[in-house]
Design a protein around this ligand. Structure first.
Ligand SMILES: [Zn+2]
Length: 258
């Protein structure tokens, strides 16, 4: 059956001399893989639409086995992402997280919108670390994790100072700090952002500026939480961490030289 679908390329692998197997996260049908014959040849009409993170409209032939990609029309090339190593690393991480958290042929329009929007923001030059943190916070419910971030996970209070407790699965108010000896102290700015990223409507993202030290706190809290509960280990996360360390090393060096 020949069908038209909208989707984003999340993974590609070589198949033989000239073919690629392309995994596309689609709006209509969730994650699907297709054989793209000849896509490895530079002059192939499939070569540009099978680039990672391409957002396009695809004509596919699906059957019982692996479907084939017949044609593709680019809707957004996500070129800025591909031209920047750090942005690509962020996009690759989001794509791998999406890939590892979903099964094939399970439509999830919410997740499609989320991923598409995050890539668009990234491509438009929004702070990559912020976008990735938002994506991770919004992916929690997709994975089936529901931290208590609206109030204290122990007493339910919404007032007071808060810290993050991995063990208690959410925030703890200052009255309940002693419940968890491994409590992660966070600035109230970081607390606000974790809550905001988890609950807010991504379409309403305005100009968002987050201080470096707050971003570090978000990174630590989100990583600890994922490590503890998600059961997902991603190579692209390690690569991204290495890139970020390298970047902050270079920034520090520049500052020393000035
Ligand atoms: Zn409390």
């Amino acid at each position: 059956m020949l069908q038209k679908i909208e989707g984003i390329v999340i993974r590609t692998s070589d198949y033989g001399e000239t073919n690629k197997v392309v995994t596309i996260y689609t709006r209509e049908k969730g994650k699907l893989a297709f054989m793209a014959r000849g896509a490895k040849k530079p002059n192939s009409r499939l070569s540009s639409v099978t680039q990672p993170f391409t957002h396009g409209s695809f004509l596919v032939q699906s059957g019982s086995g692996l479907g084939t990609l017949q044609q593709g029309e680019m809707m957004t090339s996500m070129r800025h992402i591909r031209e920047d190593l750090l942005m690509s690393a962020h996009a690759a991480y989001m794509a791998e997280l999406l890939d590892k958290s979903t099964e094939e042929k399970k439509p999830n329009p919410y997740l499609y919108e989320l991923f598409e929007q995050c890539l668009h923001y990234l491509n438009e030059g929004y702070d990559a670390e912020v976008i990735t943190a938002i994506f991770e916070m919004k992916m929690l419910q997709v994975i089936g994790l529901h931290p208590e971030l609206s109030g204290c996970a122990h007493c339910g209070s919404r007032e007071g100072r808060f810290a993050f407790s991995i063990r208690e699965n959410g925030f703890l108010c200052h009255r309940c700090f002693e419940v968890d000896p491994y409590l992660l102290p966070l600035s109230q700015a970081a607390i606000k952002l974790l809550r905001l990223f988890y609950f807010f409507d991504l379409k309403r993202l305005g100009d968002i500026k987050v201080k470096e030290e707050t971003k570090k706190e978000l990174r630590t809290a989100i990583s600890l939480y994922y490590d503890e509960y998600s059961g997902i280990y991603l190579k692209s996360r390690r690569f991204l961490d290495q890139m970020e360390r390298m970047q902050s090393f270079l920034v520090n060096k520049e500052q020393e030289e000035d």
